[in-house]
Design a protein around this ligand. Structure first.
Ligand code: FES
Ligand SMILES: [Fe+2]
Length: 321
């Protein structure tokens, strides 16, 4: 990518995992934003994210670290660190060195998803990921989810928001109406048309898909079924990302929403992403594409997306004038 304004990683909330993937007492190593991190869930059920390496002698807390109450214990010499990254115990010492501290990451968890705030300037969060209405009630199925590692810059994924021209050639979806709204940290696509699921048949749908910041998109879709869809991507390094997708379906009389049905629904979503991925992984990104009059507001989308790579003050100025 030659456009240097998209170098590094965007600021915002990013999905780390689905809540059920991190049990109480579990410790996991992950790599995001070009950094080694450790996730753990304390005895009280709080999810925490810290930089992975112990300040003592550098052990990775995600490999052999153990939860002890509200802290994680290093596998090497058993120093313990709480969710704020402060050393709470050194079992063989009387004093804790003041520099025995690990960087901690702001975390948010709701509706079965765990998020981390990444900020280029290490600033605090400036917006929230909204609640998913109805989620967790008996009317809606729990998330069925999947993941794919994609070798691309996240910009390519986000640009789908305005890319009307790819729906028929890539997805075989006939779009009747499409429009976009940009409001502060949100970019929305409002779209209706006819989709042709891979298993056969057709589905007249209408949807509203909103990116809340650079990495998490929530779609409310109404078709034969009403569904919540999550499309989230979290950078692993500058050219690799973890794409997470999920669906929750509103229960409806006469429709069997059993595990086999939901597995097929998720597979359909996965195949939909694979249709894009073949393009994303092999394309040569154009900083100055030759656009036609019906290509949608790509330049506007890029201006919006670019703000998440800017310092906070500049981003607020660009978003709110
Ligand atoms: S390296 Fe972590 S306690 Fe020594
Ligand atoms: Fe697409």
């Amino acid at each position: 990518m030659s456009d240097t304004s998209f170098q590094g990683f965007a600021s915002g909330w990013f999905l780390v995992c689905f809540s059920e993937e991190l049990a109480v007492g579990e410790v996991k190593p992950v790599t995001f934003f070009g950094k080694e991190l450790v996730l753990f869930r304390t005895a009280a059920g709080q999810a925490k994210v810290l930089d992975a390496y112990c300040p003592h002698m550098g052990a990775h807390l995600g490999y052999g670290g153990v939860v002890d109450g509200e802290s994680v214990r290093c596998p090497f010499h058993a120093w313990e660190f709480n969710g704020d990254g402060e050393c709470t115990t050194i079992p063989y010492a009387t004093k804790i060195p003041p520099r025995a501290k690990i960087d901690c990451w702001p975390v948010d968890e709701h509706d079965g998803m765990l998020f981390v705030w990444h900020d280029r300037a290490k600033g605090a969060p400036t917006w929230n990921i909204p609640a998913v209405e109805g989620h967790g009630t008996p009317d809606w199925t729990p998330w069925s989810f999947g993941q794919i590692i994609v070798k691309t810059h996240p910009r390519e994924i986000v640009e789908n928001v305005v890319d009307v021209g790819h729906f028929i050639p890539v997805h075989g979806t006939h779009v009747d109406t499409i429009s976009n709204e940009f409001t502060g940290h949100m970019a929305t696509q409002i779209n209706s048309g006819t989709a042709y699921p891979l298993g056969g048949g057709k589905d007249k749908y209408s949807l509203r898909a909103t990116y809340h910041g650079p990495g998490w998109q929530y779609t409310h879709m109404k078709g034969y079924l009403e569904s919540h869809l999550i499309n989230a991507h979290t950078p692993i390094d500058e050219n690799t990302l973890l794409l997470r997708f999920a669906v929750s379906v509103r229960k409806r009389d006469g429709v069997m929403l059993d595990e086999a049905f939901l597995a097929k629904y998720v597979e359909n979503l996965r195949q939909g992403f694979f249709q894009d991925i073949r393009i994303w992984e092999n394309m040569h990104t154009k900083d100055h594409p030759v656009l036609c009059d019906a290509d949608g507001p790509l330049i506007k989308l890029r201006q919006w997306y670019r703000t998440f790579y800017q310092p906070e003050a500049k981003r607020m100025e660009a978003l709110h004038g």
